[in-house]
Each structure stands twice: as C-alpha cells, then as structure tokens.
Design a binder for this molecule. Structure first.
Ligand code: TLP
Length: 338
C-alpha cells in the first residue's frame, strides 16, 4: 500500500526507536523526567518562547491552549476551515465552553480587517472575545503557508485589543521549511503555539505547546486535569527529540514530492488540483469524473493507494517520510490507469 492519507501515518525511524530504548526517564508529573525536560527546553528555544509543554496530541495541545487562554462564555475567532473548528469534536464548546466566531480566509489566511471587525465591543449583550487562532500551515487550504505579513497584522490587532493569539502549528515546520526561515520567525507573531511531532517529523506520539512561563504553568495544570499528566514519558519524548534534530530539513523532500505528484495528477483528464502546493498536501476535485471523493478513494484503495477525503468532492494526497520518489511515481501510474 502507498499510504498518502496523512503524514500522521509515518513510522518512527530506527534512531527514534533506539532513542526510546535508551531514554533516561523519571516521573514527569514531578517534572523529573530528564528527556521530557530536554525536549521541552529544545522546543522552546526553537520557537523563541520562554517555556514549552509536551502533550499527547495536537488536539490536546490546541484544547489546552483554548482552556488556558479563555473563560466560559468567551468567543474565539477562528478561520472557518480550521482544524480547531472542524475536526476536534466540538471540544472548544464541550470543554472550554467558548463559542466560535468564524472568518472565511483566503488560502487559510484571515483578512486582518475582518478579524478586527469580528472583535466584540464591550457591551452587556456581547460575548467577550477571548482568543484569536491561526493555523500555519493550513490543512484544509491544502497545506497553505500563511504569509508572515498576515500573521503580523493580526497579531498587532490582537495586541492593541489585549486579546491573546494562539497558532495551531501542527505543521509549523513545513511552513518554516517552505519559507526557508527558522520556526521562531513564524512563532514570533503568536503568544502560544502548538506543533505536532507525530506528523511530518515522524515521531510516534506527541505535540508541543509553547508560550511564556506563566502560560505554561497554567497549561500544565489543564493537562493534568485532562488526564494528560504522564509518568516515565521520556520513552516517547526521546523520539520527539530525534525528530527535532534530524527530521526538520528533510521536509523539503516531501514538498518536492508533493509538487511532482500535483503536476502529474493535474495532467490527468478530469482530475483538478485545486490548491497551490506550498508544502506536502495536494487537494484534487474529482467531480468531473462523475464519482464522489469516497468512491474515488475506494477505487484507489483497491489498486493499492490510500488517500483521504475532505467532503464529497475533494481528495487529499499527503506526502511524507515513508513515501519515496518511486512510490510517488507508482501512485501516479495507478491514478493514470484508473
Ligand atoms: N490533522 C489530521 C486529521 O485530524 C485531519 C490530518 O490527518 O491532517 N491541527 C491540524 C492543523 C491538524 O492537521 C491536526 C491533525 C491536528 C491539529 C490534530 O492533531 P492530532 O491528530 O495529533 O490530534
């Protein structure tokens, strides 16, 4: 099977497995796991933030951020197609008790003027705007890189209204590699950031949230409340450290593969690539073939290619560490034949 469903399917490298085996561990609820401490410190430095916290998943990281920043009854400004709004099981309402104010972006980027207009006035009728969230790269916009000028403009508006900003940077390092900038250049336009170790970076488990000391102290408490206070978790933090040290630069290869795949797919009759391919995600509309995205995915699966779907028309192809150039060529041959 050529698995292009997601970069979440990547398996840990040999070096990661070895690091897990050899990891020094302690009880992380007492903050005594040296490997976790090293991972958190390394991540904080890479993001230019005071502190960081190792969490179980991207969803947990985002939700801890929302819980830490907001109070019940707040409104949070999120992009309409964001993961936080669409794919986290309604958790912002279920856990934090906040309501979303959505803004439709262009390639995932919200217009700063619209963000400013969406901030609630201080009025007895209104919910209080407690948080503004961005997503970079933007998944549903096809791995789109949000321009730094756009992030800067939104961050400035937020600051002048005393509203914190959170970045869902599940694929932050894909954005950094695409922009040829260190991750901290992106994270400078947000108060807190979540990124995933277990997507393109290939680690088996985990995400990081980062921010200032005070935020991380309170986030640690939310993590504990949610049952995310783990014990000898250096075993899974060690592969995360290997991911940060060895897997960032090579994301450029996944981006290159995505471009090759997009070009090939785009030349097949009736298959329309709908996104500009900035990173490792390709979205194709298959409606001209007279099939739904699920039917298309099922036919591909029979031929040995796995893809995921976004709604009835869009099929998502995601490149990653476990798909080499030969597999990309083979996947193209299979789609062509189909
Ligand atoms: N995205 C997954 C699915 O949930 C759609 C994928 O295969 O792309 N933020 C963003 C932008 C994400 O893309 C994801 C995962 C998350 C957060 C959540 O991360 P996890 O899966 O670790 O909870």
């Amino acid at each position: 099977m050529i698995d292009l469903r997601s970069d979440t399917v990547t398996k840990p490298t040999e070096e990661m497995r070895k690091a897990a085996y050899e990891a020094e561990v302690g009880d992380d609820v007492y903050q005594e796991d040296p490997t976790v401490n090293e991972l958190e410190q390394t991540a904080a430095e890479m993001l230019g933030k005071e502190a960081a916290l190792f969490v179980t998943s991207g969803t947990q990281g985002n939700q801890i951020a929302v819980l830490t920043h907001t109070s019940k009854g707040n409104e949070i400004i999120v992009e309409q197609d964001s993961h936080l709004f669409n794919y986290e099981g309604g958790a912002i309402s279920a856990f934090a008790g906040v309501q979303p104010r959505t803004i439709k972006g262009i390639r995932g980027a919200m217009d700063p003027t619209k963000v400013e207009a969406a901030i609630q006035e201080d009025d007895v009728h209104n919910a209080e705007t407690g948080l503004i969230c961005m997503e970079n790269t933007h998944n549903r916009a096809g791995g789109a890189v949000i321009p730094l000028e756009n992030m800067d403009a939104i961050y400035k508006i937020a600051a002048s209204n005393h509203i914190p900003v959170h970045l869902d940077g599940a694929r932050l390092f894909n954005a950094a590699v695409a922009l040829n900038r260190p991750a901290k250049d992106i994270a400078q336009y947000t108060d807190t950031v979540q990124f995933c170790l277990s997507k393109g970076l290939g680690a088996p488990v985990g995400s990081i949230i980062a921010g200032n000391e005070e935020f991380i102290k309170r986030a640690r408490k939310w993590r504990k409340r949610l049952g995310g206070g783990l014990r000898q978790v250096g075993i899974v933090a060690a592969p995360g450290l290997v991911a940060l040290r060895t897997m960032v630069d090579r994301l450029a290869i996944d981006h290159e593969h995505a471009k090759i795949l997009a070009e090939g797919l785009g030349s097949i009759h009736g298959i329309n690539v709908v996104n500009q391919v900035d990173t490792n995600i390709i979205l194709v509309n298959v409606s001209e073939r007279g099939v739904t995205s699920n039917q298309f995915a099922a036919m591909l699966k029979e031929q040995g290619v796995l893809v995921s779907t976004f709604g009835p028309q869009l099929v998502r192809f995601t490149t990653h560490y476990d798909v080499d150039k030969e597999s990309i060529d083979e996947a193209l041959r299979i789609v062509n034949k189909l």
